[in-house]
Design a protein around this ligand. Structure first.
Ligand code: ZN
Length: 490
């Protein structure tokens, strides 16, 4: 009897070793064709339902799903201000190292949750969307071991997807927008991604926008590889360096081909390397308010599979660290005076022209390096707001309240006028904002300012937008001395 009990215990013990319930799939270091890749993604989703959500953003020309696996600690909820990040790989079908690394990344994240502190923090605070293949048709048409060919680079219509996006400088692409491109454009529109990486092969460098150059650039601009900088050049450089310096050797800047100039720190502005029209990273930045960089991770476009463990080894730390880079800058929620979210508000940082728009819940995210920034928020029907925000480290949460303009706002407006000696008979109004909104405010009469004297006033037309303190100064006196105190009369 006693021996029976012991053997039962042994059987259970051995069974638990063979079928561990929390171990991620052991992903083979081989290339997975479309059915195999789909099976891996399905298996991961089935094994970790509490950490994943598998979805398709559309189909390729030949009808293959464009799979995305979302990895986060509560995939069915969207906590306020939890940022969305993405990785897209295999956009060029014959550059599939990233495709395989994405499967290993998924396994690592899912297995590491609850065990590894960084991975647990990442999943608890970030929604990570991973698309192993944006061009599954091209992959099926390409061949292992082909280091520099173009077979399988394009989709099934032989369109290069990384030349197929609307371009900030050149407009719509000449080739019709492909189903794969359209799916990604819709995806970016639907989800406010904040940070993104796009995996390629054929070089070893982290490249950042712009890829294209202004149409009126001098002829030699293109020829001599001048950088085409965004106003967020500091942020992009930083992001690219986070990847290159966490990579085993990318930061060394060694080029894949003899005679090519080395990449300083393993990073480059896209256009400084070579300019192209219709790239995905420029599109993400300009239209998606998403900081995307392009990661060229293998000199050989389609290396033999025995090299995959080495590539995983070289990139693993960089891939993980880069995802955490979303957690810096200014985030917040925009609401109106009644605490209702204001969607589609534009958030801009002064000096950085490309703004971001708030989500349906009024959320915004802006990756920024430490510094002092002037943030400008505006939305249709609301008075604009400008704030100075200090970013020292990590994320600063800056919620913003926008006040609705009065219903009379849309009437034609006339400018405020400065009046002397003929101050109207008016009664004090202490809540200037509400007075302006109701349209009852006619003017201001300062009591403790240096620049408006007795019997002077600034008269606002009935329907004038609630002025900012700066505007009051501008309208009342040219000296721009600080407006210390003022009373309102309506
Ligand atoms: Zn490529």
């Amino acid at each position: 009897m006693a021996s029976f009990t012991i053997s039962m215990v042994l059987v259970l013990f051995v069974a638990s070793l063979v079928l561990p319930s929390t171990t991620a799939l052991n992903i083979d270091f081989t290339y997975h064709n479309f059915p195999q890749m789909t099976a891996v993604l399905r298996q991961l989703a089935n094994e970790y339902p509490e950490l994943t959500k598998l979805y398709s953003i559309g189909k390729s020309v030949q009808g293959r799903d464009l799979w995305v696996l979302l990895v986060t600690n509560n995939p069915n909820e969207e906590p306020l201000l939890k940022p969305n990040v993405k990785y897209v790989a295999n956009m060029h079908g014959n550059e599939p190292v990233g495709r395989e690394l994405m499967l290993h990344l998924l396994s690592l994240l899912l297995d590491g949750y609850g065990k590894d502190d960084y991975i647990t923090w990442l999943l608890d605070n970030t929604r990570i969307h991973i698309m192993p293949s944006m061009n599954p048709d091209g992959f099926e048409a390409s061949s292992e071991g082909e280091c520099s060919g173009v077979q399988g680079r394009g989709n099934a219509n032989n369109a290069d997807l990384n030349r197929n996006f609307p371009d900030y400088f050149a407009g719509r692409p000449k080739v019709p927008i492909q189903p794969e491109t359209r799916a990604v454009m819709d995806w970016i529109k639907q989800i406010q991604f904040v940070l993104s990486g796009n995996f390629h092969g054929g070089a070893l460098v982290a490249s950042y926008p712009f890829d294209n150059i202004p149409a009126n650039s001098p002829k030699n601009f293109r020829k001599f590889g001048s950088p085409s900088r965004t106003p967020d050049d500091d942020v992009f450089k930083h992001l690219a360096e986070v990847y290159s310096f966490n990579h085993k050797n990318m930061y060394l800047g060694v080029t894949c081909r003899d005679g090519s100039p080395p990449f300083s720190n393993g990073t480059t502005n896209g256009a400084a390397w070579y300019s192209l029209i219709g790239g995905m990273q420029d599109y993400n930045y300009v239209w998606g308010s998403c900081m995307e960089i392009t990661l060229e991770i293998s000199c050989c476009k389609y290396p033999k599979s025995y090299q995959l463990p080495q590539f995983w080894n070289d990139n693993q730390k960089a891939i993980l660290q880069y995802l955490g880079e979303v957690h810096q800058g200014i985030w917040g929620q925009v609401t109106d005076q009644n605490k209702n979210p204001v969607s589609n508000a534009t958030i801009k940082i002064k000096g950085r022209d490309f703004g971001t728009r708030t989500t349906y819940r009024g959320e915004y995210w802006r990756i920024l390096r430490p510094g002092t920034y002037v943030l400008h928020a505006e939305a249709n029907g609301y008075d604009p707001v400008e704030l100075t925000v200090d970013v020292s480290k990590g994320v600063v949460i800056q919620n913003i309240t926008l006040y609705q303009q009065s219903s009379t706002y849309y009437e034609p407006r006339s400018e405020p006028t400065f009046q002397r000696g003929s101050v109207p008979s008016i009664t004090p109004v202490h809540n200037a904002a509400s007075a302006f909104r109701s349209g009852s405010l006619k003017g201001i009469w300062p009591t403790f300012t240096n620049f408006l004297k007795p019997k002077e006033a600034v008269i606002f037309p009935r329907n004038y937008v609630y002025p900012t303190a700066q505007q009051l100064i501008d309208y009342s006196h040219p000296s721009n001395r600080l407006l210390l105190n003022y009373q309102y009369y309506g």
